[in-house]
Every structure is written in C-alpha cells, then in structure tokens.
Design a protein around this ligand. Structure first.
Ligand code: ADP
Length: 459
C-alpha cells in the first residue's frame, strides 16, 4: 500500500534531483565558457604580436632602437584583463605588467597549455626576426579570479541544493501533517453516518474542499441507498399487506364454512364465491409481483431482434378484452398501421403493456363509451396511443400512478378490481425497452396513454 508522506517525499526528491542536475549543467557550461574566452584572449594577443613583430625588420632598418620597438609593441597590444605579454630578448625582459607570474615554469609548446588546475593558460614560443636574436614570447592568462568565481558558484549551488532538500522534506512533512487531521475527520464522519443519521451535521471548518466533496459524495451515495432501501421496505410492506388481505378474507370464510355458520346453500355459495374471487385476486397479485421481479432481473428486450406484425399482435390482445368491454357497452375502436416491425422489442412484453393499458382504459371508462387504440410508425418510432373517456386522473396524481401499489382514490377504486401494479409493470417494461410513456388526462373527461418505442425497420 502506498503512503501519502512517502509519495510526497518522493516527488520532492525528484524535484531536488532535477534542480541539482540543472545546477551542475549550468556550472559545466560556465566552466567551458570561461576556458573558451581565455583561449580566445591568448589567440587574439598572439595574432596581434605576430603582426607587430613583422614590422620589426623594417623599423630596425630605420635605426629605431630595439628597446623602443619592444615597448612600442607592448603598448600597442590590446589591453585584456589578466593577460600578460612577456618578451625575453637576450636575457632582458619586456612585459606589459610588472606583476606577471614570474615563477611560472613554462615549457615551449605549440599550442595553449593549462597550468595547475585552471590556474593559468599560457602560450610559450620563440619568434625569429630577421637581423636580431630569437625572441622568447610568453602570453599568460591568469584564471585565478575566474576560478574563484567558479568555485563560489559551486559552493552557492551546493548550499542551495541542500537548503531546498531540507525545505522539501520540511514542506512534505508539514503538508502530510496537514492532511492527517482532515483524513481522520473523514474517517470519523464516515464511521458515524449511517442510513438513519444522514442529516447529521458534518463539520467542514478547517477541512479541505476536496475532502468535503468526498464526504458530500458519500452522503449522496448513502441517501440514494436510503431511498432504495425505503422503496424496497415500502414495497415489501405493501406487498405483504396486499397479500395478507385476501388470505385473511379466505381464511375467515373457510373457518365460517368449517364451523357450519351459514344459513342455507345460497349463503354457502355466496361465501365460496367470495373465496373464489379473493383467490383470483391473490393469483393476479402474485402474477404481477413475479412479472415485476422478472423485469428487474432481465434486459430481455435488448438482446434479440424480433419481427412483430402490428395488426396480429393488437387484434390478439383486443380479442381478449372484447367480452369485458361488451359487458360495459364499450366499443374498442382500432387504427393499427398494417406493417410488421423489426426491433429489439419483445412481443411478450409489448402484449403485456398494451393489455394492461386497454384493461385500465375499460376498467376506468364510463359505460357506453369507447376506447380508441392507435398504432402508427413515424421516423422509425412505434407510437401507440390508448384513449378512454372515463373518470380521468387528477393532475397531481399523474406521476404517482406509475408507483407500485398506488391506486388513485382507494375508496373509488375499491369497487374496481386491481392490484395497483399494472402501470408500474408497464413503465418498467417500457423503460427497459428504452422507450417512453406519457399520459394526458382530464378529470371526468378521460385519459390518453402514449407510448413511443424505437424500431429498426418496417416490413
Ligand atoms: P390498478 O390495478 O389499480 O389498475 P394500475 O397500476 O394499473 O393499477 O393503475 C394505477 C392507478 O392509476 C389506478 O388505480 C387508477 O386509479 C389509475 N388509472 C390507471 N389507468 C387509468 C385510466 N385509464 N383512467 C383513469 N385512471 C387510471
């Protein structure tokens, strides 16, 4: 496992290493430049002296004394800092400065030679001029001043590197120590917050924004979890309640029959009728619950491509509801586009969705009205609309009707059979098939449910 302090220290070491490396590089460039400039000074002086000595023969012919010639040449020499020019002629020394380094033991050499560890650079050669004795020439560049600057630079760089290293370690420690309390704080908070104490105040002073946002994300995650858990608990409670009611009724009537507490056969038949109805209700409820859990565990619609004939599918479903509709004197009008659709839509789910919506449309319609079922294709979208002229749904109830076990105005609905799961099943299936469902409704005028599903092609 990585440790924050180690990682911080590592990054500081890398920084110090880069810094030291560039310091050394700069010093190297500086030393090379120093040597180059010094050699250039000596070469320039040498070229100039060559030129002056070339004129010696001519000047000697004009009887100019040799002393004057040497002094003239030295005076004409370019004045460069720390460059000494020394002529040795017949044991007599002519120099541009009295403080030239006399103790230097210079051997004759073709090129520029280094003396000591960058103490001096020098050129030593003999020059032959017609008519006079050979001249011994020394051009010496004193590098001691530059060398001191160079070593001082190394010293300063070294001290600076050590200083930054110490500062780096200090900062990384300080930074690490700054992190520890907020991290402990996060630990404490996350240990303290649970699904029941989501509203607990989180102390955010002296904490880093990044850490606070972690705490908030954690709280958000928990509140999403809580919503899910609450919804699940609600679902289990509602399911248990809905299951318990028919079971209690069935149990009660069976006990009555068992104890012989009925007047005549007619009453017995009435009791058995109730038991049968409640068993049917129980059956519906269990089927709906199984269907819901099945949708949640499957992504069936997205796996396979199916070809579905719209007229066949709709006619099959509508034929199942015709009898119930006739009982209420309700006419089912259809306008189904005569095509087959190619899509990821599961035919079984499509039947369930349309069936549930037609069932509701009939259930909640006024007698002697009609239900309109339309299916059309537009821009590779299947649009299904199921319209009724029934009791309608209030605006503020519209969203809730898709919740599990939700039934608008339970007292009104007590007369109409239902589990409160039908629309929840419809919505879950539609969403699972990446479709949309919308509802428009006006109280006492009727409702229209519109479904939109993507298709791939039509045939
Ligand atoms: P139910 O089994 O009660 O019909 P649903 O989930 O299918 O359960 O519907 C939830 C509630 O929405 C219903 O109880 C009803 O109050 C309302 N509802 C659904 N469809 C219609 C409709 N076509 N007209 C009026 N109300 C409707």
């Amino acid at each position: 496992m990585k440790k924050l302090s180690d990682e911080l220290q590592k990054s500081y070491y890398i920084l110090v290493f880069i810094f030291s490396f560039s310091c050394l590089g700069l010093l190297y460039i500086f030393a090379s430049y120093m040597i180059k400039v010094s050699s250039a000074d000596i070469t320039t002086t040498n070229i100039f002296i060559d030129y002056e000595l070339n004129e010696f023969t001519e000047k000697l012919e004009k009887n100019i004394p040799i002393d004057k010639l040497f002094k003239g040449a030295l005076e004409e020499c370019p004045k460069i800092d720390n460059v000494f020019v020394v002529f040795d002629y017949n044991g007599k020394i002519y120099s541009n400065s009295d403080i030239y380094p006399k103790e230097l033991d210079l051997k004759e050499h073709d090129g520029i030679q280094n003396i000591g560890f960058y103490d001096y650079q020098a050129l030593h050669r003999t020059i032959y001029v017609k008519g006079i004795e050979p001249i011994d020439l020394k051009i010496i560049k004193d590098l001691k001043g530059d060398k001191i600057i160079f070593f001082r630079s190394i010293g300063i760089a070294g001290v600076w590197i050590i200083f930054t290293l110490i500062i780096g370690i200090y900062i990384s420690k300080k930074f690490y120590n700054m992190f520890i309390p907020p991290l402990r704080n996060i630990q404490e908070i996350t240990n303290k917050i649970n699904l029941d104490s989501l509203d607990a105040d989180v102390k955010t002073e002296n904490n880093f924004v990044e850490f606070i946002s972690i705490i908030h994300s954690y709280k958000n995650m928990l509140s999403r979890l809580k919503k899910q858990t609450d919804a699940q608990i609600d679902f289990v409670n509602s399911a248990s309640h809905e299951l318990k009611t028919p079971i209690t009724i069935i149990g009660g009537f069976i006990e009555t029959i068992k104890l012989g507490h009925f007047k005549d056969r007619k009453q017995l038949e009435y009791f058995i009728d109730i038991i049968y109805r409640e068993t049917q209700r129980l059956n519906h409820l269990i089927n709906d619950l199984l269907q819901l859990s099945h949708i949640e565990n499957s992504s069936k619609s997205q796996k396979n491509i199916h070809t579905i004939s719209l007229p066949n599918t709709f006619n099959t479903i509508i034929s199942l509801y015709k009898n119930i509709a006739i009982k209420k004197d309700i006419v089912i009008n259809t306008n189904i586009e005569n095509v087959s659709i190619v899509s990821y839509i599961s035919e079984e789910w499509l039947r369930t969705v349309i069936g549930n919506l037609i069932d509701n449309a009939i259930k909640y319609s006024k007698p002697s009205t009609s239900v309109n079922v339309i299916a059309s294709i537009k821009n590779l979208k299947l649009i299904i609309s199921i319209e009724d002229f029934g009791c309608g749904i209030e605006k503020n109830e519209l969203k809730k009707i898709f919740h599990r076990f939700y039934r608008v105005d339970k007292s009104r609905n007590n007369k109409i059979e239902g589990t409160g799961l039908g629309l929840s099943i419809v919505k879950n299936m539609i969403l699972n098939m990446k479709g949309k469902i919308k509802v428009k409704s006006e109280i006492n005028k009727g409702s229209t449910f519109v479904i939109t599903l993507n298709i791939l092609d039509i045939k």
